[in-house]
Design a protein around this ligand. Structure first.
Ligand code: SAH
Ligand code: SF4
Ligand code: F3S
Length: 455
């Protein structure tokens, strides 16, 4: 039995389903109970120091867990495996197997190796691997929503970021295999797919074998399947299959993506468009390759094409040399856009990144944290105000599950990705319902279902 725990971004959660599939072919079934597992895998994240710290603590707690099976083997997968490579085996002595994100096809052999007491490492990165022919085994699934990876790696070199080093070069997955996977999910009763990539707007695929690598990147739009076209291909599977995607990059999102969202009701009105900072000098130093003005134009354009589109962001406070005035530009950005959701972090220097090599991590932790607290407070106020403004309105909700607080309530999200809770009555998972909003908190809307939407 395989127990697999995922950390970090949705890509990792999605990869764990590929791992479960690869090992499923070898006779392994997944379990949610670590104590009965023969293999324990942690699919890890390196994005901030804290993410790695969490995994180290977990490895130690596994080592000292008295309930675990004798002879259980422990593997570290994902970004931390890729970043630390064989060091993980030597330093920690808590680990039997280390497998980077592009090596999951090799897991059966690696597992064979460790069964007779050896250690196994594979951290080779690939330029081609997209696991496009592997049918993921859904883990912890609600049966309604699923993630589908459409690309891997990242070719942007944001100076703070470890992902290009842990995930390797950017590559897109065969478009037809994506559509097939989504179609299959729909046939199985799923009603929402989220297309995943570090930078979905640079998705590109062509069936023409001469269009690969650089030639594919440089080919004119009408000769390739780009992200806007892919979105439409998936949206056409069925009107009651919702399509979401993450993450968009402000430098790459184009009008055609916005038109696709506007023209297809089942492509959700929600764009995760991480700004990172509101100040042009800091953005330049981060190598985000856009300015504040460029970002402002993109958000304005989104609101113009899709007036009720929700926008969310990621923000880093206290990046190298950021001044109080520059931080104030981030505050002004947040007040100006009024994001539906913001993931906020203080800067954590990562070994091997360009920022670590070139810049001094010179903002004291206390300043990083007080800037972070300031924007968290501002965002909370914005969320309260935005949610209060929804009271009395009617939203179409896809029911995803039972409320965590009260089993007589159901929960789901609207097109804008807002969580909505309402009494169960006779509604079921997978139904699309119209819900009238009666109350709100900073994170959720609470209402009453009016009727089922027929598709
Ligand atoms: N591909 C996505 C980001 C993936 S990482 C994009 O370009 O937007 C998710 C978020 O983690 C980033 O958007 C950033 O806000 C944060 N992050 C990345 N590296 C970080 C670091 N060194 N310290 C703090 N936050 C970081
Ligand atoms: Fe990291 Fe930048 Fe790539 Fe996002 S776009 S994964 S922040 S390098
Ligand atoms: Fe973390 Fe790797 Fe994702 S570093 S955020 S798990 S790509």
């Amino acid at each position: 039995k395989l127990y697999i725990e995922s950390y970090g971004c949705q890509m990792n959660f999605s990869d764990s389903e590929i791992v479960a599939s690869v090992l499923g072919n070898e006779g392994y079934t997944t379990t949610t109970n670590m104590d009965e597992a023969d293999l324990i895998f942690l699919n890890t994240c390196s994005i901030r120091d804290k993410a790695e710290e969490t995994v180290r603590k977990k490895l130690n707690s596994i080592k000292h867990d008295p309930n675990k099976k004798d002879n259980v083997k422990v593997g570290v997968l994902g970004c931390m495996a890729e970043r630390l490579k064989g060091k993980l085996l030597k330093e920690e002595k808590l680990v039997d197997l280390v497998a980077g994100p592009d090596s999951y096809r090799k897991l059966p052999e690696l597992v064979d190796d460790i069964e007779d007491g050896q250690k196994a490492v594979n951290v080779l990165l690939s330029r081609e691997e997209t696991y496009d022919d592997i049918e993921p085994v859904r883990i912890n699934s609600n049966g309604i929503t699923a993630f589908v990876s459409i690309m891997r790696g990242c070719d942007n070199m944001c100076t703070f970021c470890v992902v290009p080093f842990t995930r390797g070069r950017e590559r897109s997955r065969n478009a037809q295999s994506i559509v097939n996977e989504c179609n299959d999910l729909y046939q199985k009763g799923y009603r929402e797919v989220t297309l995943l990539g570090q930078n979905v707007d640079s998705y590109r695929w062509s069936d023409n074998p001469t269009l690969r690598g650089r030639a594919l990147k440089e080919a004119p739009r009408d000769e390739v399947i780009d992200f806007a076209k892919l979105l439409i291909m998936v949206a056409k599977i069925a009107p009651n299959l919702r399509v979401r995607f993450s993450t968009s990059h402000p430098k790459d999102i184009i009008d055609e993506v916005m038109y696709a969202i506007r023209d297809y009701k089942n492509i959700c009105n929600y764009i995760h468009l991480p700004a990172q900072s509101g100040n042009t000098r800091v953005l330049k130093k981060m190598n985000r390759t856009y300015s504040r003005e460029w970002y402002d134009e993109k958000t304005a354009r989104i609101k113009e094409v899709i007036p009720d589109c929700a926008i969310s962001t990621d923000i880093i406070t206290g990046f190298c040399s950021e001044t109080d005035e520059e931080h104030a530009d981030t505050v002004s950005l947040m007040k100006q856009v009024r994001y539906e959701l913001a993931y906020m972090f203080f800067y954590s220097e990562r070994p091997g990144t360009l920022a670590q090599k070139k810049y001094e991590d010179d903002i004291p932790e206390s300043v990083k944290k007080s800037r972070l607290k300031e924007i968290i407070d501002i965002q909370k106020t914005i969320n309260i105000e935005l949610n209060e403004a929804e009271i009395g309105k009617i939203h179409e909700v896809l029911i995803e599950g039972v409320s965590k607080r009260d089993k007589n309530d159901l929960r789901g999200r609207n097109s804008q990705n807002k969580m909505i809770i309402f009494p169960k009555e006779n509604y079921s998972l997978g139904d699309f319902v119209k819900v009238k909003i009666e109350k709100s908190t900073s994170a959720t809307l609470i209402g009453k279902a009016l009727e089922i939407v027929d598709y």
